[in-house]
Design a protein around this ligand. Structure first.
Ligand SMILES: [Zn+2]
Ligand SMILES: [Zn+2]
Length: 334
């Protein structure tokens, strides 16, 4: 597929889409049925549907019954951890293998013209972004996310959290499952903004931002504190009357879903003439410019409302520059 029909490539080899990012159609006026339907399909398909599907598989085949989870036994905890490792390894590994190792579409639709493997750097363990990100994603973030998941399942099994059943409240639980991605997005926006605050950025979040040119393994490459607050989204089930399935689903939304922003390609060539958009551009711009697009604005355009939205256009660049200049003036004045 000719990517220059959809975007432009600069002298450094970086490709950018012609079509600028838009906030969720749901928020654009005038509202029409077509927009609502398009928004609803995009909300569910494909990423949230994948997370629901994998969470469902885990719920039926991996998560033990409530009696077993009453006690924190090594057997079920390790089984869950190993399942999460295998799941994330296969899911992230699929994108890594296909687009970064085999390079099936070479550099077509690739935002950054270079592959991380071509840019060894001292900021990474073993001078390799891939190795560093792989170790941090699998052996820091997945165990921390699993620990939160296990703690919540144990709390449900012991009646320590407000629990409702699928038989008694199916509509409420379906609504909660459908709303979970919104909870994740809003939670991510605020914790993400918090860890961009100077000292926290330096101590915690800079680890994730070492990957200026993110790739699939960058998705969960985090400082342990960030892993905890990021997967901490699942703790919302302690506040809302809920079901243990939601504790599993939140792990899948945050864990598997993290890959979306770190794919590095605007479109993924699947077959001849079929190349769906990846929705990675907003978060790619975050990795490139740091203080823009704190969340993906999939449902709530929080960045737009709080003034940090960058849609990839020259106008977006100008707004960002103005904001940085204002900040500089403020810092210099104190
Ligand atoms: Zn990121
Ligand atoms: Zn950030």
């Amino acid at each position: 597929m000719d990517d220059l029909q959809f975007g432009t490539r600069n002298r450094r080899g970086d490709w950018a889409p012609n079509q600028h990012l838009e906030v969720a159609l749901f928020w654009t006026r005038p509202l029409s049925l077509r927009k609502v339907v398009e928004w609803a399909i995009g909300y569910v398909w494909p990423w949230n549907a994948i997370a629901i599907g994998t969470a469902w598989l885990w719920w039926y085949f991996i998560v033990p019954d409530m009696t077993t989870m009453k006690t924190l036994g090594w057997a079920w905890v390790l089984e869950l951890l190993v399942a999460n490792w295998i799941g994330i390894f296969l899911f992230f590994g699929y994108f890594e293998l296909r687009y970064y190792r085999r390079r099936v579409q070479e550099r077509r639709f690739k935002y950054n013209g270079r592959f991380p493997a071509e840019q060894p750097s001292d900021v990474f363990w073993f001078r390799s972004q891939n190795v560093d990100n792989f170790i941090r994603s699998l052996f820091v973030s997945v165990p921390i996310g699993t620990a939160i998941e296990v703690g919540l399942l144990w709390a449900f099994a012991n009646g320590l959290t407000p629990m409702v059943g699928w038989r008694e409240h199916p509509i409420y639980l379906v609504a909660l499952t459908l709303l979970a991605p919104v909870v994740h997005e809003v939670h991510f926006y605020f914790v993400h903004r918090a860890i961009h605050w100077g000292p926290l950025y330096k101590w915690v979040h800079s680890v994730h931002h070492n990957s200026v040119n993110p790739s699939p393994w960058s998705s969960l490459s985090m400082h342990p504190v960030e892993s905890a607050v990021y997967f901490g989204v699942a703790l919302w089930v302690l506040v809302l009357p809920s079901h243990p399935f939601l504790a599993v689903y939140f792990f899948h939304l945050a864990g598997f879903g993290a890959v979306v922003g770190h794919i590095g390609f605007d479109r993924l060539e699947m077959a001849d003439g079929i190349a769906p958009r990846s929705h990675a551009y907003a978060h790619y711009l975050h990795h490139k410019f740091f203080e823009v697009n704190y969340c993906d604005n999939g449902t709530f355009p929080l960045d737009k409302w709080f003034g940090s939205w960058h849609d990839g256009s020259p106008e977006g660049d100008r707004r960002m520059q103005e904001r940085f200049n204002r900040k500089k003036r403020r810092v210099n004045a104190t």
